[in-house]
Design a protein around this ligand. Structure first.
Ligand code: GTP
Ligand code: MG
Length: 207
């Protein structure tokens, strides 16, 4: 997909304040600092469309970007940020889960996980929740530039094996680097194909 335009629409503190749900929407979620905002910028070929930071907890609101005037890309706050109080963490969780469960134009969620680590409990729990809640999602491995290729492959295989303990069918998997701008095109292809499918089947979000 060629990105002709990518513009920031608004930041929302709750799902009710998000833009009219009148177009297909795709959202990025994952642990704080996993690289959600960086990957959005890499895919949109834009240095600082989404705000990034070396310090976890940068994105604290639901940020909507309008792409090619036809679909929304959403940057969500990270989950599991340890350095805030339990009650604030709970507030973030509520913001995220309410958005996911209530956003009726949400077509697919991209769950980002750091390719350098073994499967983390918090990510596995979130993936489990998506599966149980019937939320369509894909898994995106990030920061693969930080690994030697053979280790990256091993880590992805290891992750798949962990998921296979629970699930027979695995979701789509993408391996990416925002730094090297790799893997984002595959995600954009998926979004393009899905958008075409929705159009061909006359799925309209406009009511
Ligand atoms: P929150 O908004 O806090 O939830 O974080 P986030 O998931 O949006 O992460 P962000 O994109 O802000 O990136 C966090 C840090 O990781 C920054 O220092 C980025 O430069 C770095 N980073 C992100 N993606 C990559 C990548 O592909 N490769 C490398 N080497 N660093 C990356
Ligand atoms: Mg962010």
């Amino acid at each position: 997909m060629v990105i002709k335009t990518a513009t920031f629409v608004k930041s929302s503190g709750k799902w009710q304040d998000c833009p009219e749900p009148n177009m297909a929407e795709y959202a990025f979620i994952g642990r704080s600092n996993v690289g959600k905002s960086s990957l959005i910028n890499a895919m949109m070929n834009h240095k600082d469309l989404a705000k990034t930071s070396g310090t976890p907890g940068k994105t604290q609101l639901i940020n909507h970007f309008l792409v090619n005037d036809s679909w929304y890309l959403t940057d969500l706050p990270g989950y599991g940020y340890a350095k805030v109080s339990k009650s604030i963490r709970k507030d973030f969780e509520k913001l995220i889960t309410n958005y996911i469960l209530n956003r009726k134009n949400l077509v697919n969620l991209f769950v980002l996980v750091d390719s350098r680590h073994t499967p983390q409990q918090i990510d596995l729990e979130f993936i489990q929740w998506c599966g149980e809640s019937g939320v369509p999602f894909s898994i995106v491995f990030t920061k693969v530039d930080k690994l030697k290729p053979n280790i990256a492959i091993k880590n992805v295989e290891n992750y798949k094996a962990e998921l296979h303990k629970t699930w027979e069918d695995l979701p789509e998997i993408y391996v990416t680097s925002a730094e090297k701008k790799t893997g984002g095109d595959e995600i954009l292809n998926f979004i393009q194909k899905t958008n075409e499918f929705l159009t061909n089947n006359h799925v309209s979000f406009d009511e």
